[in-house]
Design a protein around this ligand. Sequence first.
Ligand code: DQA
Length: 153
Amino acid sequence: MASVLILNGPNLNLLGTREPGIYGAQTLKDVEALCHETAAGLGLTADCRQSNHEGELLDWIHQAGADQAAGHLIGAVLNAGAYTHTSIALHDAIKGSGLRVIEVHISNVHAREPFRHHSYLSPAAAGIVVGFGTEGYPLAIQGLHRLASAAQS
Ligand code: DQA
């Protein structure tokens, strides 16, 4: 069975208690349960990971690119948190690995501080889901599944 990788970056382990007015009341565990459920409905398994370390995210993206090329993985849903706005390295990792990535943000970053308006990841992403709260994760998995299926046919 093919899988989908769900990557959450820095501070997303704090979901549920972190600025709930912006990010909502759901914990990372709740979000991951939603991802497992959505993936299962599409005949996929979800591999959910979170890291506060840029290098670890890079390593996972590199490996995921190889897994996608081998046909084991349809791609990744990536909420890189604040690294979205700072990390040329993550941009290069997505491009370099060939990983199909849907960029997700729980909040509408464009309605927030100007420093959140620029994403280094968007030019490397296959699609972007922004501002749907934690419902953005299932939406991103569904979109990724459609893109991957279209690429196969
Ligand atoms: C975020 C938005 C980022 O600007 C922020 O640094 C996060 C979360 C979101 O999901 O809305 O950590 O990616």
